[in-house]
Design a binder for this molecule. Structure first.
Ligand SMILES: *Cc1c(COP(=O)(O)O)cnc(C)c1O
Length: 374
């Protein structure tokens, strides 16, 4: 009934390659999302999303129709009162996005700026927090900065937030379900992610996992957004088991499937699989003479930024098109001043796929005479 579809290897940083079973789970009988069957689906997903980060009944997940940024905007625009302000740790494009969201909503923020791709100097950060302590109430950070592939030290950042009594907002978009996160141990207040990255589902749903005690504190804040109000959406989902507005119905079924497959694979094995893809990747790509943009010890092992060869023969578009002929998709860097490209190793892929990618890279580099000493 459902036609076979070609398998594509997506090495862009999400949406990621999905399993055939997740793709097939999109095909369901038409259903009105106000029916009990769908309400049960919503409830089961809201219950299971926190489990991925070992959160429990003290936490709740609020779902949003939309890509990851919808949940980020919902969270930031909902949890910081007009009297409060947020410290944003800014070392990449997704941190920058949080600043821009705050600007749009006129939320007071103070940015701790670090050069993109560079690790956070924790001592300097602590000094900065002390200096601004009386002005800030929240701290926002990106766990895995997908624009460069640097992994920020969530445990250390959470310790600082806790020490200075700041509520912690974490964009864990591209680490959730890929790397182990312990919500309780890290004392996170709000964790944001979406269905289509390491969870290996389809794009269209994003969510905020909230510490219930923190969430309750915002109930009287005037909403800044009608559609994306965190409290209103929470209340509606809690009371009716439905979305307030029309959800992407089929995407929800595929999210259920993706969650089932995550729990069947387990976090441990998924992380191991991603890391072995990363190991295969860096070993192979270094033999092509390419250099890392981020120092190796800070790699997320989920996405790696490579500095493009200086060689006049190198043309990213040409490489992209060549790989696409073999059903492999890669993505350019996000840096303005330096030519880079990024390879993500998330989704339903194995080291075999990475080996295939490397073999195609080698052919291209040979053909274009880009290999070292050629
Ligand atoms: C993907 C991603 C987002 C959200 O991007 P969308 O295009 O809205 O899905 C936000 N933060 C990080 C770190 C991401 O990797």
């Amino acid at each position: 009934m459902i036609p076979e579809v070609e398998r594509h290897i997506l090495l862009n940083p999400g949406p990621a390659t999905t399993t055939d079973s997740v793709k097939r789970s999109l095909v369901v009988a038409d259903i009105c999302p106000r029916e009990k069957e769908f309400a049960d689906l919503v409830t089961s997903i809201r219950k299971d999303l926190p489990k991925v980060v070992s959160a429990d009944s003290k936490h709740t997940a609020v779902l949003f129709s939309g890509s990851g940024t919808a949940a980020t905007e919902a969270c930031l625009s909902s949890v910081i009162s007009p009297q409060q302000s947020v410290l944003i740790i800014n070392n990449g494009s997704y941190c920058e996005r949080m600043s821009k969201i705050c600007d749009v909503h006129k939320i007071k923020h103070i940015d701790f700026k670090i050069e993109w791709g560079c690790p956070i100097n924790l001592e300097a950060l602590e000094k900065f927090i002390i200096e601004h302590r009386s002005a800030i109430s929240h701290m926002a950070c990106v766990h895995h900065e997908t624009s460069t592939g640097i992994l920020n030290p969530l445990d250390k950042l959470a310790q600082l937030a806790s020490k200075y009594n700041l509520q912690l907002i974490v964009d864990a978009m591209s680490s959730y379900a890929g790397l182990p996160i312990d919500y309780n141990q890290e004392k996170i207040d709000y964790l944001i992610s979406s269905a289509n990255k390491c969870l290996q589902g389809m794009a269209g749903i994003s969510f905020v996992i909230c510490r219930y005690d923190s969430l309750k504190q915002i109930k009287d804040l005037p909403p800044k957004s009608f559609y994306l109000g965190l409290w209103n959406n929470f209340l509606f989902q809690e009371n009716t088991k439905q979305f307030q507005f029309t959800p992407p119905v089929q995407v929800m079924y595929s999210l259920r499937k993706a969650l089932d497959e995550f729990f069947a694979e387990t976090q441990e094995i998924r992380t191991e699989r991603y890391f072995s893809c990363y190991n295969t990747l860096v070993e192979g790509i270094q033999s092509l003479g390419l250099k890392f943009f981020v120092e190796k010890q800070f790699h997320s092992k989920i996405l790696t930024t490579f500095v493009a060869p200086e060689h006049p023969n190198f043309n990213f578009e040409k490489l992209h098109d060549f790989l696409l002929e073999s059903n492999i998709t890669i993505y350019p860097g996000k840096l303005l001043d330096k030519k880079t490209f990024r390879i993500a190793n998330i989704g339903d892929i194995t080291p075999k796929d990475i080996e295939f990618f490397l073999s195609r890279m080698k052919i291209f580099f040979k053909r274009e005479q880009l290999l070292p000493n050629s």
